[in-house]
Design a protein around this ligand. Structure first.
Ligand code: ADP
Ligand code: ZN
Ligand code: ZN
Length: 731
């Protein structure tokens, strides 16, 4: 008699699945790939995923253990998610058990039953239904909630409303809204709630191109300058997809930073919408996942990991801000949600749209190779025009807390003319570090090769890499001098300069330090949006996707970090950031102006960017990549290792290198190993080895053999190592 063997993926760091016998009670027809099974694993019990059945095991059948319990009657991982995750596990060289666990909501990973009570939400009461949102001009947040709930009579989940709890409480106190459980709610009618814009010709042809091809796979790169109406294009295509009864999955880099996007989607369509991001409770996440899986939610908006959301009736995938590096997971299972979206769309035979004002060189390369179709929105909508650029040379200039004279003059000018000013500096805190004026001592992190940032308000020195913090010293630990001074600028320090120069003007600083508490970011963004705060100052949190209609001047305090970064993508990132920040200006009827402070005014890429725009910059940058044979014109993987003993990572990676050389893989070049740019971080030493190949297949073949070899290697036990395929960051 042949025995059925269960091939089960169990969350573990091992690159393999495990064989078990079926539990005694299991009926054969329940054993479908994608179901969860509780199994004994070592000394504990855990939840694994069935990935296949076999007749034979490489293990002695007598040693196979029976699985304990079948948890599902039907697969929790649909065929397409299972296939995509298995492919990704192989491509990114990440253990299958762990990869599949990533694809599941936490509660399911722990073995909870799929059937669940509904998600908590809010709906309008009878009285609330009578309220005209337009009459609530003095309570704009209340008006938005009323507007959203009018579009969703059965109720909307707490997560899509995205206002501070206090706003909901006051509405509840007025008797206008009430809590509800969303599963009780019936289906909404699929109608358009707010009126769509009539499209301009470029938007129209983009919409037409995609809607003509809704029946099968095609990849589109929607390249539209900031404010060109990309979102409107998505919305109108989605309208057609909804009309066909199909679901759309929209991936965005960070939902916390773009609450407006979710609001726009939910106000436009009176259909159930699910939002998935890291700020949800486990229960909310599971509820959203179920709404997607059952087909109830017709629009699913989520961050990176939402790519694993099952869809009952898929019709379209959208990846917004496709250039954003946060779409790539940087630890553990290092997948790219953008690249998986392409894979998944192909498999589902649906179109996928990648949208950006500043597309990644990877995607532009794919357009060049005719793998993606290029849809271009060259102009801003309506009367808005693109901003003008100006470079401010700060060599030999006295800077006041990072602000040069010319920039201060321009700020004053725009404030005088009733403009709003946005200042960008990608560094929070008061100053990047503290230095002794007498002996040159610098405040360094004891655990990292990095300096401690001075936070003035808290009177603390903090490491932004490991979180170490200590009180600011009043005297130098080396020479006891009391002449300790800030070196460089952070947002906190620039703010101080603004207080001195423009004491009467209302300011707003937006960075991670001022938006730690829940709801704070939304409140700040609202103030920024209304124009009440006349000067906005912030880090890249301000750069992403917001509309500040009254901004007329954007000041970039220092463009040089990007020009001379150690990563080969530094200049690409810098260009994207400049264009994205600049895109916040002049979105309305008034022209915007962008002033960039730099010590390198003649830098060719910077010149190209501001004179000819992002597409010209991208062409030149791509030519440089081609010449240097860097991605996307080649394929790379990084092997990283870290340990508390300094020599261990290098010793290990040397052995890896020797192994690769001995394996004699064709077409592979090895670079390193070298210590990481910041060798010591949080007390651990780090090093890396770069593998490069002209052909993806060669690299994959080498890595496939390699990771299995590494599991056995003795030196590997002295370090923590990882493989990063198509790394987004080189350190
Ligand atoms: P993007 O996503 O490219 O930044 P949006 O879709 O957010 O652009 O559009 C920018 C602004 O222009 C929004 O306020 C939007 O409502 C408006 N808009 C979009 N399309 C049109 C159109 N065809 N006519 C008028 N206004 C439009
Ligand atoms: Zn000193
Ligand atoms: Zn540190």
């Amino acid at each position: 008699m042949t025995q059925t063997i269960l091939r089960i993926a169990v969350p573990s760091p091992l690159y393999r699945s495990f064989d078990y016998l079926p539990p005694a009670s299991a009926a054969a027809d329940t054993l479908q790939p994608g179901i969860r099974i509780r199994v004994p694993f070592g000394r504990r019990k855990t939840v694994g995923i069935l990935i296949g059945l076999a007749q034979h095991s490489t293990l002695d059948p007598a040693r196979l253990k029976p699985a304990l319990e079948i948890l599902d009657t039907e697969p929790v991982l649909s065929g397409d998610i299972l296939a995509m995750t298995q492919w990704a596990s192989a491509y990114y060289h990440h253990p299958i058990g762990d990869a599949l666990a990533t694809a599941l909501p936490v509660l399911l990973r722990r073995g909870q039953a799929v059937q669940q009570a509904g998600a908590p939400g809010w709906r309008l009461t009878e009285t609330g239904l009578q309220i005209e949102p337009d009459t609530l001009t003095r309570a704009p947040r209340q008006a938005t909630v009323i507007q959203q709930l009018r579009a969703h009579p059965p109720g909307a989940p707490r997560t899509t409303l995205d206002v501070p709890a206090g706003v909901l409480r006051s509405l509840h106190d007025k008797g206008w809204i009430e809590p509800c459980t969303l599963e009780e709610a019936g289906e909404d009618a699929a109608t358009v709630a707010t009126t769509p814009h009539s499209l301009n010709p470029a938007q129209q042809s983009a919409v037409d191109a995609v809607t003509a091809g809704l029946k099968g796979f095609d990849a589109y790169l929607l390249e539209g300058v900031t404010g060109s109406g990309k979102t409107e294009v998505y919305l109108q295509i989605i309208d057609t997809v909804i009309g066909q009864g199909h679901q759309t999955l929209v991936l965005v880099p960070e939902i916390g930073l773009t609450p407006q996007l979710v609001k726009r989607f939910s106000a436009r369509f009176a259909v159930p919408l699910a939002v998935l991001h890291s700020g949800l409770s486990d229960r909310e996440r599971l509820a959203a996942w179920q709404q997607a899986r059952s087909g109830k939610a017709l629009i699913i908006i989520g961050t990176r990991s939402a790519i694993f959301t099952p869809l009952a009736r898929p019709g379209l995938l959208v990846v917004d801000e496709e250039h954003d590096s946060s779409l790539k997971q940087q630890e553990g299972f290092r997948y790219s949600a953008r690249d998986l979206a392409i894979w998944r769309a192909r498999q589902l035979a649906v179109p996928v749209i990648l949208g950006s004002a500043t597309p990644s060189l990877e995607s532009l390369f794919n357009v060049e190779r005719q793998r993606y179709r290029h849809l271009v929105l060259p102009n801003r909508t309506g009367a808005a025009s693109l901003p003008s650029y100006e470079i401010l040379d700060i060599r030999k200039q006295a800077l006041e807390h990072g602000l040069g004279r010319p920039l201060l003059k321009r700020i004053a000018h725009h404030l005088d003319h009733d403009g709003q000013v946005l200042l960008f500096l990608n560094r929070r805190g008061y100053a990047p570090t503290l230095v002794c004026h007498d002996c040159g001592w610098i405040a360094e992190c004891p655990r990292c090769d990095a300096r401690l940032t001075w936070h003035q308000r808290e009177q603390q020195l903090r490491c932004h890499h490991c979180g170490t913090q200590r009180p600011v010293a009043t005297s130098c630990p080396e020479c006891q001098s009391s002449e300790l001074r800030p070196l460089g600028q952070g947002t906190e320090r620039v703010e101080q300069a603004l207080v001195e120069h423009f004491p009467e003007v209302e300011r707003l600083r937006i960075d991670r330090d001022t938006t730690r508490r829940k709801g704070e970011l939304a409140r700040h963004l609202e103030q920024a949006h209304s124009g009440k705060a006349r000067i906005l100052l912030g880090t890249q949190m301000l750069a992403k996707g917001h509309h500040f209609p009254k901004v007329t001047l954007v000041g970039i305090l220092n463009a040089d970090q990007g020009l001379f970064g150690t990563d080969f993508r530094s200049s690409e990132r810098m260009a994207q950031l400049i264009v994205q920040v600049a895109g916040r200006a002049g979105r309305h009827d008034r022209a915007g102006h962008v002033a960039i402070q730099t010590y390198h005014p003649d830098h060719p890429l910077l010149q190209l960017l501001i004179r000819q725009g992002y597409p010209a910059f991208a062409r030149a940058a791509l030519a440089e990549r081609e010449a240097a044979r860097l991605p996307p014109c080649s394929h790379i993987a990084l092997l990283r290792a870290e340990a508390s003993r300094q020599s261990a990572p290098m010793t290990f990676l040397e052995q890896v290198r020797q192994h690769c050389e001995a394996a004699g893989g064709t077409g592979i070049e090895l670079w390193g190993p070298v210590p990481a740019t910041m060798e010591r971080r949080a007390g651990r030493f780090r090093a890396q080895l770069l593998l490069q190949a002209a052909r993806r297949g060669d690299l994959q073949q080498l890595l496939h053999g390699l990771v299995r070899e590494l599991e056995q290697m003795k030196a590997a036990r002295q370090v923590r190592w990882s493989v990063d395929v198509d790394p987004a960051d080189m350190f």
